[in-house]
Design a protein around this ligand. Structure first.
Ligand code: AMP
Ligand code: ZN
Length: 114
């Protein structure tokens, strides 16, 4: 956890372009955007992945989705639409071991993903 990239971003030890912040959630622009709007939303408290969500900590997932709705409205893509993605584990394509949700918008997103 002390070596966690997203914990360092939340702490301001690694720079990021902040999009949104509240008591429990931090959101920033993805460094390698996969859509015109690509925002990463993370719980401030470290959780390694979706596998670590339980009855004690699951409320933060609701906070993440509240943040997504606010960000979508503020950035003007709420009506047009967007996608929220969580990659979990190796087969899910997770590369950073701190629970996070991708908020993607600004183009017609295809389905299914690869
Ligand atoms: P995932 O592959 O689902 O674990 O997503 C990790 C995401 O973090 C990728 O989309 C990366 O482009 C993004 N990322 C990695 N390092 C940084 C960084 N320093 N600032 C912003 N986004 C980052
Ligand atoms: Zn972390």
């Amino acid at each position: 956890m002390s070596d966690c990239l997203f914990c360092k971003i939340v702490a301001g030890e690694v720079p990021s372009t902040k999009v949104y912040e509240d008591d429990s959630v931090y959101a920033f622009l993805d460094i390698a955007p996969q859509a015109p709007e690509h925002i990463v939303i993370v719980p401030k408290n470290h959780l390694g992945s979706t596998n670590e969500i339980d009855s004690e900590n699951s409320a933060v997932v609701g906070k993440v989705f509240e943040a997504a709705a606010k960000i979508a409205a503020e950035r003007g893509f709420a009506e047009k639409g967007y996608r929220i993605v969580n990659n979990c584990g190796e087969d899910g394509g997770q590369t950073v071991g701190h629970l996070h949700f991708h908020l993607l918008a600004g183009r017609n997103l295809q389905w299914p993903p690869g």
